[in-house]
Each structure stands twice: as C-alpha cells, then as structure tokens.
Unconditional design. Sequence first.
Length: 293
Amino acid sequence: MSMPQAELAAKPRRVEKANLSSFLGKSLYYVILSIITIIIFVPLLVVVFAAFKTSPELAATSPFALPKSWSFHNFAVAFEKANMLVGLINSLSVTVTSVVINAILGAMTAFVLNRFNFRFKKTIFLLFIIASVVPAYTTEVARFQTIKSLGLYNTIFAPLIIYAGTDLMQIFIYLQFIEKISKQLDESALLDGASYFRIFRSILFPLLLPATATLAIIKAVDIMNDMYIPYLYMPSKKLSTLSTALMTFVGERATYWNELSAAIILVMLPTILIYLVLRKFIFAGLMDGAIKE
C-alpha cells in the first residue's frame, strides 16, 4: 500500500477517535453538571416541601414527599414569630450603607494604587493579598476586642465597619477598569485646575459605574446572607437581621423544621430577586473588567 493510500485509510480511524473523545468529553461534562445540579437543588427541594407541611405531616412522611395541602400558614407564622419586618429593615440598612461606603473606599484605593507611584505602594498591595489569604476566623478575637473597645458592640455600627472594608477582589476589578481609562483625561483636568479629588469624583468614578454595580450586587448578596457577624456583634433582638431571625426557630429542646423552612425561603427571596433583576450587570461587569482593550 502506497503512502497516500495508507494516510487515507488511517484518516477515518483518526476521525472516529476524535469523535469518540468528543463524545466522552461531552458525556463527562453533562454527568458532572447533573451531579452539581442534584447537590444544589435537592436540599432546596426538601426545604420547599417542608415549608408547606404541618409538623405531624413532616414527621410522618418522607422529606421528598409532596405536601398534602399547599398551605401558606407556616410562612405567616414565620414572618410574625421571627419579626421578619424588623429583620428586613435592619438588613437593608446595614447592606445599603456598607455597600455605598465599600464602593467608595474600594474605588479610591484602586485609583491611588493605579495613578500614583509612592514608596510603599507594593507593600500596601501585598498587605491586601496577605489579608485575603489569612482566614478571617483566626483574627476574630482581635477584631471582637477592637469593636468592643470602640463601644460599638451590640450596635448597628459594628457590622458596618466590618463590611465597609474593601478586599483584594474589589481592588483587582477596579484596577482593571481604571487601566482602560486614559491618563490623558487626568492630565487635561489637572491643566484646567481640577484637584485629584475632583478628578476622581467627576471623571473616574462615573466611568467605574459598571464595576461598581457588579461589586455592589456581589457584596449586597454576601451581606444579606451572612449570619455570623450580625449574630456575634448584634445579639439584641431589636437589631436582628433576616439571617439571624432564623435562630428563632432553633431551640435546645425542639426545632420547628416546617416554620424554619418557611423562614429560610422568606430570607432567600430578597437575594434571589436582587440576583434575577441585576444578574446581567454581574456578568457584564466581570467580563468588562477581565478584558483589556
């Protein structure tokens, strides 16, 4: 068999191997995706079913069994018993204030690190990297003592100070956006007599709105879902948030699983609505910040 004929005979085999490899790759992809979907949605499905069941029905039936009657009684009880309205007000107050302060601090930090050269620039950036690597729980004692010494324990200002601090992810995304903004805008504004603060406020920050929207959404969802910091620093019932309100249904002797499940769904609704309405800004902001022109 000549060389061209051998190559022609081997070509179908290579095509078959390529098709088989592609098929196996796609199959593995769908298997992994199915497993992840089951892991995520099965517990959520159990919570939804439990939220519509009575206590006797919940004890007598399988967690995967459909409720006999889809009653919203548990939701009404959970809303009133956990004082969800107070929790919603406190959660929104902490979230909105923290996100605004956090966005301003993050954008200003990225502006300084990108536009100015100073002696400890690399050191400051390195400190942010170290802070992101060190587990937060290892510094909890020092942070708690600091908050208590400032007289902010059991006040709404304690989580505000903690949440308002910027982190490495915010600085990185802001830096990606700022690098795409020409420095000639800064130079032109300086020639017109504008200060650096005026340049940041009137030129840079408006151009950073896509990144700000993305980070604000991510930060807001993170704060709304956090239970640890509000529960530790705001134990008063008057300062309860949506997440800490769930502790109302957990006791030493009994746990009201049907009411707790209903409360979990009520707590999830604000963050789900925020994500569904603003999800396009999340992906658009992340992609714009990751791609350089």
